[in-house]
Design a protein around this ligand. Structure first.
Ligand code: XLS
Ligand code: NI
Ligand code: NI
Length: 430
């Protein structure tokens, strides 16, 4: 045991009336909702990078957090792992997610970085066996080190493409070894700052080829999990290639990979793209590529990815409504891609941030389930499209339709969209 979280008890469900801050009010893991326990609906995961690797910096100042595991040695990487697994256990969050760079010190070269990663992966494997914690997804950090400043797969230098491909292979191996349920590719610096120095067509082909190699390797090693792309429209580059779900779908279609790759959709990225979270979720559902979510909260004014812990229950209800309509998670889950504000220095801040987020997600999901169970929203939607149930127009053609409109003297009368009525209905479940 480390002493970082000393005095902080394991969090359990005490119900809405409790005065105990270190308890769940909404998240009762074993509560049955729509036929299965809440914990299996939500599949909570903690993000290693924000909670254990991020030092609290912003563009105007550096580190604010003072963590005993900060530093570049294997010994400290293991202390970080010990502390991280203690947090997962305190929270009862069954999953975690990591990048290679979050968990191991950077080596002097590729071989040394890989050895460091493998040593930590063995350490994680033991900790997973001891605690029952599981890996939701692994990924590679192909954006922090300066070698990636002009991208990874889309880099003008083939040596960077090679370094990135090799790194992805080692991170997929790590994910498989730890029984990970997904492998995530977030675009990082796959985008550009200026067209003046960018060959967009070439970069796009490089990205498509890298993705094909990832899919080929998945099949070669028999990885049963999902390959997920995480769209984001901007930041760190001005124009990120994986702008949003629809853009990524076009890319997948172009390279014939739409049946191989699904989406990891993040609330904050949806907002940056000018969408709502539920829009992105619904788009993925309709295109058959819904996979997992990065749950956080973005600032609606700032224009960058603030990665705050989620706390807006009405919004989360609408998001989980789309998740449930997609059939819920299979390999995916709810990953808290969220970080503390840089003044939140204490160990207990880290715990309480997650407790509040887990409670808000549980409240959102239960509200969404009530909305679905009750069926009024879906009934209203069905009623709006009822005319199509008996129509064969879509199998017709323009000339026949013209004849049909003339001979039946069709003269459509507009109907109310009932938006406010439906908004009132949604509020009635909260
Ligand atoms: C950054 C992304 C990142 C991915 C994993 O904005 O959200 O954290 O989830 O690389
Ligand atoms: Ni993310
Ligand atoms: Ni993000």
């Amino acid at each position: 045991m480390t002493d970082f979280f000393k005095d902080i008890p394991a969090i359990s469900y005490e119900g809405p009336e409790t005065q105990n801050e270190f308890a769940f009010r909404q998240y009762n893991p074993d509560e049955i909702v729509m036929g299965k326990p809440l914990k299996d609906h939500l599949r909570f995961a903690c993000a290693y990078w924000h909670s254990f690797a991020w030092p609290g910096g912003d563009p105007f100042g550096g580190q604010t957090f003072d963590r005993p595991w900060f530093g570049d040695t294997m010994e400290l990487a293991k202390l970080k792992a010990d502390t991280a697994f203690e947090m997962f256990q305190i929270l009862g969050a069954p999953y975690y997610c990591f990048h290679d760079a979050d968990v191991r010190p950077e080596g002097a070269n590729f071989a040394e970085s890989t050895r460091n990663l493998e040593e930590i992966v063995d350490y994680f494997a033991k900790k997973q066996a001891d605690t029952g914690m599981k890996l939701l997804w692994g990924t590679a950090n192909l954006f922090s080190h300066r070698r990636f400043m002009a991208g990874a797969a889309t880099n003008p230098d083939p040596d960077v493409f090679a370094y990135s491909a090799a790194t992805i292979k080692t991170c997929m191996d790590a994910t498989v070894k730890l029984g990970g349920e997904n492998y995530v590719l977030w675009g990082g610096r796959e985008g550009y700052e200026t067209l003046l120095n960018t060959d967009m067509g070439r970069e796009r082909k490089q990205a498509g080829r890298m993705l094909q190699m990832v899919v080929d390797y998945k099949h070669k090693i028999g990885f049963k999990g999902a390959i997920l792309i995480e769209p984001k429209p901007q930041e760190p580059t001005k124009h990120q290639y994986d702008y949003d779900v629809a853009t990524v779908y076009g890319f997948l279609k172009d390279f014939g990979l739409e049946n191989e790759v699904k989406m990891n959709i993040e609330q904050g990225h949806a907002i940056l793209a000018g969408h709502s979270f539920e829009h992105e979720l619904a788009t993925a559902r309709e295109l058959g590529i819904f996979g997992s979510i990065d749950m956080n909260r973005n600032d609606y004014q700032s224009g960058w990815d603030t990665d705050q812990f989620p706390n807006n229950v009405p919004e989360m209800a609408l998001a989980y409504y789309e998740v449930l309509r997609a059939g819920g998670f299979t390999t995916g889950g709810t990953n808290f891609d969220a970080k503390l504000r840089r003044q939140s220095l204490d160990a207990e801040d880290l715990i309480l941030a997650h407790v509040g987020a887990m409670d808000a997600c549980a409240a959102g999901l239960k509200t969404a389930a009530a909305m679905l169970d009750d069926g009024k929203l879906e009934a209203a939607r069905d009623a709006r499209y009822a005319g199509w149930e008996t129509s064969d127009l879509l199998g017709s053609d323009l000339s026949s339709i013209e004849t049909h409109v003339r001979s039946n003297d069709i003269n459509p009368a507009p109907h109310s969209g009932k938006q406010e009525r439906l908004e009132n209905l949604v509020n009635s479940y909260l």
